[in-house]
Design a protein around this ligand. Structure first.
Ligand code: UDX
Ligand code: UDX
Ligand code: ADP
Length: 452
């Protein structure tokens, strides 16, 4: 079978690499209108950093895995077309700030309608509002002229930083489609692709709308757990409780479970906030304001947590950070990724810049240009310095902020860092990854999240 994927981003690239790797009989072509991105996929420096991705791409690229800007040919030749384009939050018009911006998806659907010749199976890989498949179907069918399209929803549950692991060994694969004989046949074709390496009992099939809604709901539930534990972290700080101990204690209840209970500076990433906003918008659209308000509170709590952290830094540093050097360790939204979309670090840095702090930032994977873009600063802005390592960033600093849980931050020589800092030397562990007792023994005024 020939498979085409439109969109060579964080989702499309790794997912298609895995399909090509596991299904040597299929040819997979990933296309994108962004030429620089395709060039990068064809180079030694892939545009997406994921542990294990390089090996898989190298093993299959040029054999049954291709990256190209020739969108039309790839669509024309394919039997199955994945749509994996970006669906950001709308920034204009009705639903701005909440609804999903579907213009890229619609362009994609129109492109498919325009260039393809035979029957196709079209798979939604991007996270979409419920009933988007209906719009895609209408666009395709009104331009069909005798061709037949089956639309499937196959949301991706991979998390960044563990994409290859998640793709290799998924908890489940979800495939939604029409419950007609043709729809079921299309579902089966996609089931057979995944069955090359995923046990059949983990491949769930549903109707289209359940599949679309499950993706939004899964992300909303995951985010809700983080907001819930972060809410408790504020209460821990006001009492003598320790949020890590509370999380462990509740997580041993098999009904709650231990995962996704790590208190932090707030969740980031391209999915959680966007998908909840989308869910909130959908609820309002369907006349369910109470349900919308319930899910919106997950985002409000996340915003609260980010600003609360910045406020705590300022108040601890004697209510002023103006002209003080503040070292920021970590800028990515979590470890093992170069992605900064919605990273809590962006909001915290902006709050501190507003207080006129001088930031020196170090992240092992995020390039300087990306940080400047995220902070909306020009190239020569002297309020921030981007450093090549943690020691340079923390030298002469008044405070150190750990905002991403990179493993290397656990291995740093904190005595050396302490000796080069202004006193009192403050350290705020926004990820609860450091040993605060050991840091206090060195002399740091160290605090974590939710440590009363
Ligand atoms: C609860 C806790 O489970 C228990 O650990 C604690 O010590 C006391 O409170 P209980 O109130 O006896 O126990 O019953 P539980 O089984 O938790 O159910 C509580 C309510 O939630 C019931 O009305 C139940 O019908 C409802 N429920 C439970 C749901 O609506 N959906 C569910 O999935 C589970
Ligand atoms: C998420 C979902 O996990 C994935 O299934 C979906 O397909 C896309 O969205 P991702 O955004 O890549 O994946 O990362 P994830 O590991 O879920 O982390 C999201 C954010 O939550 C990060 O900022 C992370 O640091 C934060 N987080 C996660 C916590 O603060 N505490 C936790 O316990 C877990
Ligand atoms: P995700 O995290 O969902 O993978 P990304 O933004 O990383 O999102 O990737 C989406 C990709 O889709 C981008 O590289 C973008 O250039 C590409 N794209 C968007 N619209 C089209 C289109 N009409 N045709 C081809 N590629 C597209």
């Amino acid at each position: 079978m020939k498979i085409c994927c439109i969109g060579a981003g964080y989702v499309g690239g790794p997912t298609m690499a895995m399909i090509a790797h596991k299904c040597e009989d299929h040819t997979v072509t990933v296309v994108d209108i962004n030429e620089a991105r395709i060039d990068a996929w064809n180079s030694v420096e892939l545009p997406v950093y994921e542990p294990g991705l390089d090996e898989i791409v190298q093993a299959n690229r040029g054999k049954n895995l291709f990256f190209s800007t020739d969108v039309d040919s790839a669509i024309r030749e394919a039997d199955m077309i994945f749509m994996s384009v970006n669906t950001p939050t709308k920034t204009y018009g009705v639903g701005a700030g909440r609804a999903a911006d579907l213009r890229y998806i619609e362009k994609c659907a129109r492109k498919i309608a325009e260039v393809c010749e035979g029957d196709k199976i079209v798979v939604e890989k991007s996270t979409l509002p419920v009933r988007t498949a209906e719009s895609i179907k209408r666009i395709l069918e009104s331009n069909a002229e005798g061709r037949k399209f089956q639309i499937l929803s196959n949301p991706e549950f991979l998390a960044e930083g563990t994409a290859i692991q998640d793709l290799q060994n998924p908890d489940r694969v979800l495939i939604g489609g029409d419950q007609t004989p043709e729809g079921k046949a299309a579902i089966q074709i996609l089931v057979d692709v995944y069955a090359a390496w995923v046990p059949e009992e983990r491949i769930l099939t549903t109707n289209l709308w359940s599949s679309e809604l499950s993706k939004l709901t899964a992300n909303a539930f995951l985010a809700q757990r983080i907001s819930s534990i972060n809410a408790i972290s504020a209460l821990c700080e006001a009492t003598e409780a320790n949020v890590d101990e509370v999380a462990h204690a509740i997580g041993t209840d098999s009904r709650i479970g231990p995962k996704f209970l790590k208190s932090s500076v707030g969740f980031g990433g391209s999915c959680f906030q966007k998908d909840i906003l989308n869910l909130v918008y959908l609820c309002e659209h369907f006349g369910l304001p109470d349900v919308a308000a319930y899910w919106n509170s997950v985002i409000e709590m996340n915003d609260y947590q980010k600003h609360r952290f910045a406020r705590k830094v300022v108040s601890t540093l004697f209510n002023t950070v103006s002209d003080k050097k503040i070292a920021v360790l970590g800028f990515a939204f979590k470890k093992d990724t170069n992605d900064t979309r919605e990273s809590a670090a962006i909001y915290i840095c902006k709050d501190l810049l507003e207080e006129q702090a001088n930031l020196s930032i170090y992240d092992p994977k995020v390039p300087e240009a990306q940080m400047l873009r995220d902070l909306e600063l020009g190239e020569k802005d002297d309020s921030i310095t981007v450093c090549g390592d943690a020691y340079e960033a923390t030298k002469d600093a008044h405070a150190v902020l750990v905002l991403t849980e990179w493993d290397e931050f656990k291995e740093l020589d904190y005595k050396k860092i302490y000796d080069a800092m202004h006193l009192p030397a403050f350290l705020f562990d926004g990820r609860n990854v450091l040993d605060l007792e050991a840091l206090r023994e060195i002399g740091f005024e160290a605090s974590g999240i939710g440590k009363g």
